[in-house]
Design a protein around this ligand. Structure first.
Ligand code: GLY
Ligand code: MN
Ligand code: MN
Length: 350
């Protein structure tokens, strides 16, 4: 590892540095050197047969900097260059038992923060206050920060998938959709719950909510190695479930309209150190034990008279974090209520 060396003057202003000895002790580096030695090290490295290079922005940017020019002039073309990120991402895809323990704690912290935030919500409070409440509850339980900028979307704001203004007043009769999660020891949670601002669902809200909940639960059941499915396969199943559930409440729709307008996003993604973890890993991989994924079906009915009037303006998503088991899924976010009866009980129990 190449790191900034210890430097009392710099540390006086910016705080302690780990230094070369520290990284060996704390991070298990076999060898550790001062950053300034990197350039001469590179010359030595070029005598190796293979070179693993992480290139998040592609080779052109790598080669355009000072070290890159060194690489070219010293005969890079003779070497086999292999990407490092592919190897790292494969390691990150399957979690160790210890990582799962950390993710359990991360899920528990965020779930409890949702419980407190649901109980606290009432008409007249703002989305910004709800954001603050959620972040406070996460941090007070040991989260270092929220894992991403949350979506706190009341009423029709929930129709915009990436609504992050979070600055409106929450009104009586509306739902509020909250997509948020804390980070614990580097591991993200990614939860969405949707609940009534005044504590009680209206009939149309209740009907659509139950549809999304049924799909959420049916998809979670598929999160096992035994099901032999990929995340893409689970998504296809989720579309079929959604269509059937909507039909059951008399809301007929076709697959095109469903996937383009009403449920336009994927059912889930891998989760871990990043919210959208292992970013360029295909979702066509079969689910294997100790992968962690999100399951997050949603329904968003625009103000468009192709759709039933009483459902227009309603946006609902229910997102859980799930560890793939051999034959049983393990839900990391089970403590965040999602059954209608539990939500209504919690939200009216001030
Ligand atoms: N919070 C981002 C996502 O659900 O994918
Ligand atoms: Mn989310
Ligand atoms: Mn997600």
């Amino acid at each position: 590892m190449f790191v900034n060396p210890k430097n009392p003057h710099a540390e006086l202003w910016d705080g302690p540095r780990t230094g070369t000895e520290g990284v060996k002790e704390m991070f298990g580096a076999d060898e550790a050197y001062d950053n300034s030695r990197f350039k001469s090290f590179l010359h030595e490295a070029l005598t190796a047969k293979h070179l693993f290079v992480d290139k998040p922005n592609g080779f052109p940017s790598l080669l355009s900097n000072e070290y890159g020019k060194e690489l070219i002039t010293t005969g890079l073309k003779m070497k086999t260059i292999k990407p490092l990120s592919t190897l790292i991402q494969q390691l990150r895809l399957i979690k160790s038992d210890y990582e799962i323990e950390l993710m359990k704690e991360s899920g528990k912290i965020s779930s409890k923060a949702f419980v407190e935030s649901m109980r606290w919500t009432q008409p007249g409070y703002s989305e910004a206050q709800l954001w603050a409440k959620l972040e406070y509850e996460c941090r007070m339980r040991g989260s270092s920060m929220l894992a991403y900028v949350p979506v706190v979307a009341s009423g029709p704001n929930a129709l915009s998938m990436h609504y992050v203004r979070n600055d409106m007043r929450m009104e009586d009769g509306q739902l509020v959709l909250v997509d948020a999660g804390g980070e614990y020891n580097g591991y993200a949670s990614d939860i969405t719950r949707t609940w009534p601002v005044n504590g009680t669902f209206t009939e149309p809200q209740r009907e659509l909510y139950q549809v999304v909940l049924n799909v959420n639960k049916a998809c979670i059941k598929l999160c096992t190695e035994a099901s032999n499915l990929s995340l893409n396969d689970v998504h296809h199943e989720s579309v079929k479930y959604m269509k059937q559930e909507l039909q059951n409440i008399g809301f007929g729709t076709n697959t095109w309209e469903l996937e383009r307008t009403l449920y336009p996003h994927h059912v889930g993604h891998y989760l871990g150190l990043d919210v959208h973890d292992v970013y360029d890993m295909t979702r066509a991989k079969k689910l294997r034990k100790n992968m962690v994924v999100t399951i997050e079906p949603g329904l968003y009915v625009p103000f468009d008279d192709r759709f039933p009037k009483h459902y227009q303006g309603i946006g609902i998503r229910i997102e859980d974090n799930v560890v793939i088991g051999a034959s049983e899924p393990y839900v990391l976010t089970a403590n965040a209520p999602k059954e209608i009866i539990d939500i209504e009980h919690l939200c009216t129990d001030k």
